[in-house]
Design a protein around this ligand. Structure first.
Ligand code: C2E
Ligand code: MG
Ligand code: MG
Ligand code: MG
Length: 280
């Protein structure tokens, strides 16, 4: 046992490190419990067409409704879930739930809105993704083109060849693939030629300063032009003001999401949102 065998080793660990590891293990156990008790829910943030102001779809965002701590944001638990492997079960749950819910709104909306689901690096690496996607579509009745997968640049770039092969398989079925947090990784532009994607989501750090920082506006405008020349859709995330909305729209950004347009909400609230008048 570590304590007996490692009296000498033990000295090499700092107390702070022990505490960090302990917290992680504890958080992991709590997360497993949360999953078993059904404390994990999926919210949906609407995404809008910037020219006609209508809802095109929504992004599924995982939430942990903790009985004591309240809403725990994914920034706290996604990494733990990723490292422990729990993300594979959670990720499958989010995909199934999102497809099921989106099939419901489709009826309410009378259109074919999409649902966009975040896929973690580990889910991408596991190779199970095409099967999980196929199963979620089949049981929900959602059309493949109504499902979008959001992947981060780093997830795709960590193993470009494998990611490209997997994404090609998924895209061949009609499911769309978006690169999330686009612009934060430096190599974005050149990799777009080799990794098959349908859209990019401009990271909200660019959008935040688009009115104040000429460099951010220039970069955003360049991303839009570059993506369009490759036939790729551009979505802006983190639109918090009318001014940001207006300038992105003027620069030709296709779609957007953000607190100014709509916060993450329950599936039922989102279904009702489709009845709202378009944003003008
Ligand atoms: P993301 O995919 O980039 O999701 C967008 C995040 O921006 C969401 O945070 C959303 O609530 C937030 N957001 C939207 N509009 C605004 C705005 O106007 N201003 C600001 N400041 N923030 C805005 P959230 O829900 O906390 O999620 C954080 C991240 O956690 C997500 O970033 C995504 O990477 C990850 N995540 C969430 N759900 C899942 C999931 O089911 N699976 C995986 N693998 N990751 C998830
Ligand atoms: Mg996302
Ligand atoms: Mg993002
Ligand atoms: Mg800046």
């Amino acid at each position: 046992q570590a304590k007996v065998a490692g009296k000498n080793c033990y000295r090499f660990y700092s107390r702070a490190m022990d505490q960090a590891v302990e917290r992680r293990v504890q958080l992991e156990q709590e997360l497993r419990g949360a999953w078993e008790r059904g404390e994990l829910t999926v919210l949906y943030q609407p995404i809008f067409h910037l020219t006609d102001g209508r809802i095109t779809g929504a992004e599924a965002l995982l939430r942990w409704q903790h009985p004591r701590l309240g809403m725990v944001p994914p920034s706290v638990f996604i990494e733990v879930a990723e490292q422990s492997g729990l993300i594979e079960v959670l990720g499958r749950h989010v995909l199934e739930t999102a497809c099921h819910d989106a099939a419901q709104w489709s009826q309410a909306a009378g259109a074919k809105p999409f649902v966009s689901v975040n896929i973690s690096p580990r889910q991408l690496r596991s190779g199970e993704l095409p099967d999980v996607v196929g199963h979620s579509l089949k049981t929900s009745g959602l059309l493949p083109q109504q499902l979008h997968l959001e992947l981060t640049e780093t997830a795709v770039l960590s193993d470009e060849a494998q990611a490209s092969a997997l994404l090609s398989r998924v895209r061949a079925t009609g499911v769309k693939v978006w690169l999330d947090d686009f612009g934060t990784g430096f190599s974005g532009l050149s990799h777009l030629r080799r990794v098959p994607v349908d859209g990019v989501k401009i990271d909200r750090s660019f959008v935040a300063d688009v009115l104040r920082d000429p460099d951010d506006l220039a970069l955003t405008t360049a991303i839009i032009a570059m993506a369009h020349s490759l036939g790729i859709t551009v979505v802006a995330e983190g639109i918090e003001t009318e001014g940001q909305y207006a300038i992105l729209r003027e620069r030709g950004c296709d779609q957007g999401q953000g607190f100014w347009l709509g916060r993450p909400m329950s599936a039922d609230d989102l279904a009702r949102k489709f009845q709202d008048a378009p944003i003008s």
